[in-house]
Design a protein around this ligand. Structure first.
Ligand code: URA
Length: 210
């Protein structure tokens, strides 16, 4: 498993505004979108391409195009949905599947409550979107779900991670083709399962308290 923490002043600047408790939902949503586009650029560094020959107005030349089967983007509901637009802006030909995972607030264990994915993910490159890698439970369950359907390699994109959750996912997928691209690794996870300093509940901040 590989971990890549995007180290860029623009990302840190946007993250700082995102963390601020006084940042309202509309600004929060557009910042997630902007951050996501920057993280998507890092996360797609190894997207599979194949040679493609075209004719410019001047000459024939061979470049590349994204290979078939098309990559699959999987936002984890609810908060991962806020990252989708930023991702498909960079990868417009990707297909999009959905996975609804919630954590039990007492046990912190993940459960799958919705799923809309192709049955066969063989040879698919999958990009999972989940803003907060906290305990790692729901992200690990989502990645396992994709491998169980035949996915070959999985890249997860998270805005923030707690070291505890990152270690748990690393342990679960040691030796597997999994990459995690992160905006930052924070200090720790508190007793309520929140990332510290974090940004609070990403779903609530994106969509309000439901
Ligand atoms: N999920 C969130 O939205 N925030 C956290 O800090 C942890 C999990």
């Amino acid at each position: 498993m590989r971990v890549h923490v995007a180290d860029h002043p623009l990302i840190t600047h946007k993250l700082t505004v995102l963390r601020d408790k006084d940042t309202p939902s509309p600004v929060f949503r557009s910042l997630v979108d902007e951050l996501m586009t920057l993280l998507a650029y890092e996360a797609t560094r190894d997207v599979r391409v194949e040679p493609h020959t075209i004719q410019t107005p001047v000459a024939e030349t061979t470049g590349v195009r994204i290979s078939e089967p098309r990559p699959l983007v999987v936002p984890i509901l609810r908060a991962g949905l806020g990252m989708l637009e930023g991702m498909v802006k960079l990868l417009p030909t990707a297909e999009v599947g959905f996975l609804g995972m919630a954590r039990n607030e007492v046990t912190l264990e993940p459960t799958t409550y919705a799923e809309r994915l192709p049955d066969d993910l063989s040879a698919r490159q999958c990009f999972v979107l989940d803003p907060m890698l906290a305990t790692g439970g729901s992200l690990a369950a989502a990645i396992q779900f994709l491998f169980d359907r035949g996915a070959q390699d999985v890249t997860a994109i998270c805005i923030l991670a707690a070291p505890e959750g990152l270690a748990a996912v690393e342990k679960a997928f040691e030796g597997h083709d999994v990459t995690i691209v992160l905006g930052a690794v924070d200090d720790h996870l508190n007793e309520h399962g929140y990332i510290v300093p974090g940004l609070g509940d990403a779903g609530d901040r994106l969509y309000g308290l439901v």
